[in-house]
Design a protein around this ligand. Structure first.
Ligand SMILES: Nc1ncnc2c1ncn2[C@@H]1O[C@H](COP(=O)(O)OP(=O)(O)OP(=O)(O)O)[C@@H](O)[C@H]1O
Ligand SMILES: [Mg+2]
Length: 262
């Protein structure tokens, strides 16, 4: 983390929480059980992967962790502080930021303005928000497009700015929903580098949802697997790849004994 970013964090005056937890989370949409009894702990300093087939409940879990979706049952804790029932804006202020599956940038603003707005939303003053925005854009290699309007961005840049905007809030936890989707191989490699450096650089924990297994296996210390709204497995990348239930979920019964290459 740069000296300026550290100063911005210290200015918030709060000790950084060590854990973000979902405990016994259920979400039902009418008859659809999107999540059933899910427990998940994200540690500060780590990248935790969250994987599972389409419709497994990954985005719903991020929605619950960030206050966009109240759980039908269960709770969310930031260290010992209950977040359940808080509005998304207050959860973000408490230090839990996210990027969306679709980038959702303010398209009529510049890249830098998008980050400044995020910093202001997190409670920074304009000067500190501008400094932090510049620091992050510099680090992520996007300084040359700082003044570009967001509706003119390439797809890869849009994905990177979506992450940068989450970081501009100075979060203790950054939850990234499919940041590599639609990226080419070299963009993916650059993104993997960025994500690997996030915990140390921003003193945060990361939850990474991704279908690209090269990205997941390359940057995560632990991986949690959802299937049909239930937790199927959790462990190191090696443990998860070796898990027969995980291979079944992804590849079907017959593929249980083959290597997991998704
Ligand atoms: N607002 C909603 N109303 C009704 N059903 C929903 C809603 N949001 C999600 N669902 C359903 O909940 C289940 C989980 O969806 P979710 O989007 O969390 O899955 P996902 O793992 O993120 O999938 P993907 O990999 O395709 O992004 C799906 O069956 C989905 O159709
Ligand atoms: Mg999703």
């Amino acid at each position: 983390m740069t000296a300026r970013a550290t100063a911005a964090t210290a200015a918030s005056g709060m000790a950084r929480p060590q854990r973000l937890q979902a405990q016994g989370v259920h979400v039902a949409f009418g008859g659809i059980k999107a999540l059933t009894g899910v427990d998940l702990t994200i540690q500060r300093g780590q990248v935790m992967g969250l994987i599972g087939p389409n419709g497994a409940g990954k985005t719903t879990l991020v929605n619950v962790l960030t206050g966009f979706q109240p759980p039908t049952q269960g709770r969310v804790l930031l260290q010992d502080r209950p977040l359940t029932g808080m509005k998304a804006r207050d959860v973000a202020r408490a230090g839990v930021a996210r990027s969306f599956q679709a980038a959702r940038l303010f398209r009529d603003m510049t890249v830098q303005e998008n980050l400044i707005v995020a910093g202001l939303g997190a409670g920074l003053g304009r000067r500190a928000a501008t400094e932090r925005a510049r620091d992050i854009l510099d680090w992520i290699g996007c300084a040359p497009i700082a003044q570009t309007q967001c509706d003119g961005l390439s797809y890869g840049d849009e994905r990177r700015i979506s992450i940068a905007r989450a970081l501009a809030m100075g979060p203790s936890f950054a939850l990234l929903d499919e940041p590599a989707s639609g990226m080419n191989e070299s963009e993916c490699a650059a993104l993997m580098q960025v994500i690997s450096e996030l915990p140390a650089r921003f003193d945060c924990g990361v939850l990474l949802i991704e279908h690209n297994m090269t990205v997941i296996m390359g940057v995560c210390q632990r991986i949690h697997v959802l299937d049909g709204g239930r937790s199927l497995a959790e462990g190191t990348p090696d443990e998860v790849q070796a898990d027969p239930a995980v291979r079944r979920a992804y590849l079907g019964e017959k593929a249980e004994k083959t290597a997991l290459v998704i």
